[in-house]
Design a protein around this ligand. Structure first.
Ligand code: PAF
Length: 301
C-alpha cells in the first residue's frame, strides 16, 4: 500500500513510522522534523523502540499517488488539509486519525471516500526526528462515507501487520463520539493541572468532573442518534488513563509549547451541540472556557 501521512506530528509520525516498515510511506510535516528524519531517520522511543526511515517532505509531492491518505493534522486544520488534498479525492482512500468531532464530515464534504478512525495511543513529540511512545492503545477503524467495509478491512490489516493493534468497527460514529468524550475528560484536566494522564482519576474532585463531562456528552450524543452508556464510557476513560498513565496528553503538550489546542473540536463541540439542543452542558462549557483562557495566559509561554 502507498501511504501518505498528512500531518507528521506525534500521532502521524508514530503511525506513519510504523507503517513505513511494510508499506511505501511518505510523511508530510514541518521543516525541522522533515530535515531531521531525512538526516537520521525517525526515532521512536518508549513502548516502541526503533529508528525507521519513511520518506519525509514539507509539501505535498507534485504528483502523489497514494492508495491511502492518513489525515493527522490538528482538528482546526482539517479544512485546510481537505483543500490541500483535493486532487487525491478521486483516487485515494482517506482516513482521519484525529481528535475531536467533525473531522470526517469536513473531509467527506470534498467528495472523498472516508474512513473514520480513533486511536488511543499516547505519544509525545520530543523534538525534530523523535517521538516518544508513552502508552499503547488500540485503534478502531470503520467506513464513514463512500468507503466500503472492504476498504476498512484492508487498512486494519495493514495497521495490524505494522504493529498497530487495530479493529474494524461497523459503527464508527459511535467510536468517534466515545473517543471525543474520552478526550473531553482527559485532555483539558491534564492540560489545566499540568499533569500526566494517570492523574485524571487519582482524586475524587477530578473523578467527579469526569463523571459530569460523561453525563453531558452521552446526553448530547443521544440526540445525534448515538447511544452510549455512561458506565461504559467511564470504563473506557479508566482504561485509556491506565494505559497512557505516563503520557502527557496532546492538549497539555500544545499548551506547554504555547500552541493552539483542539479544545474547540472536543469539549467546545460538545458544549456547542448541547446548547443547540437546549441541553445543559456546564462542565464541558467551563472546561472549554478555561482552556481557551489558558491558551493566551502568559504562563503558557
Ligand atoms: O489527545 C491525546 O493525548 C490522546 O488522544 C490520548 C488518548 C488522550 C492519550 O494521551
Amino acid at each position: 500500500m502507498r501511504v501518505l501521512v498528512f500531518g507528521a506530528g506525534a500521532m502521524g509520525s508514530l503511525v506513519g513510522g510504523l507503517l513505513s516498515r511494510k508499506h511505501e510511506t511518505v510523511l508530510v510535516g514541518r521543516k525541522s522534523h522533515v530535515a531531521a528524519i531525512r538526516q537520521q531517520g525517525l526515532r521512536i522511543t518508549g513502548k516502541t523502540n526503533l529508528v525507521v526511515r519513511p520518506e519525509a517532505v514539507e509539501v505535498l509531492p507534485r504528483e502523489p499517488d497514494p492508495d491511502l491518505v492518513i489525515v493527522a493534522v490538528k482538528a482546526y486544520d482539517t479544512a485546510n488539509a481537505a483543500r490541500a488534498l483535493k486532487s487525491l479525492v478521486g483516487t485515494a482512500l482517506f482516513l482521519s486519525l484525529q481528535n475531536g468531532l467533525g473531522n470526517e464530515e469536513t473531509l467527506a464534504a470534498s467528495g472523498a471516500r472516508v474512513l473514520g478512525g480513533v486511536t488511543n495511543q499516547g505519544i509525545t513529540f520530543v523534538g525534530p526526528g523523535e517521538v516518544h511512545h508513552a502508552g499503547t492503545g488500540d485503534t478502531y477503524i470503520g467506513p464513514f462515507e463512500r468507503a466500503e467495509r472492504e476498504d476498512a478491512v484492508r487498512v486494519v490489516e495493514a495497521f495490524n501487520e505494522s504493529g498497530l493493534s487495530s479493529h474494524l468497527v461497523g459503527d464508527i460514529r459511535a467510536e468517534l463520539w466515545l473517543k471525543a468524550i474520552v478526550n473531553a475528560c482527559i485532555n483539558p484536566l491534564t492540560a489545566l493541572l499540568r499533569a500526566p494522564n494517570g492523574y485524571v482519576l487519582r482524586t475524587s474532585a477530578t473523578e467527579r468532573i469526569v463523571h459530569d463531562v460523561i453525563q453531558e456528552g452521552v446526553r448530547v450524543a443521544a440526540r445525534y442518534g448515538v447511544d452510549l452508556i455512561a458506565t461504559d464510557v467511564f470504563e473506557r476513560v479508566a482504561s485509556v488513563v491506565q494505559a497512557t498513565a505516563e503520557n502527557r496528553s496532546s492538549m497539555l503538550q500544545d499548551l506547554e509549547r504555547g500552541r493552539r489546542t483542539e479544545i474547540d473540536a472536543i469539549n467546545g463541540a460538545i458544549a456547542r451541540l448541547g446548547r443547540k439542543q437546549g441541553q445543559p452542558v456546564p462542565t464541558n462549557a467551563l472546561l472549554a472556557g478555561l482552556i481557551a483562557a489558558a491558551e493566551t495566559a502568559p504562563t503558557t509561554r
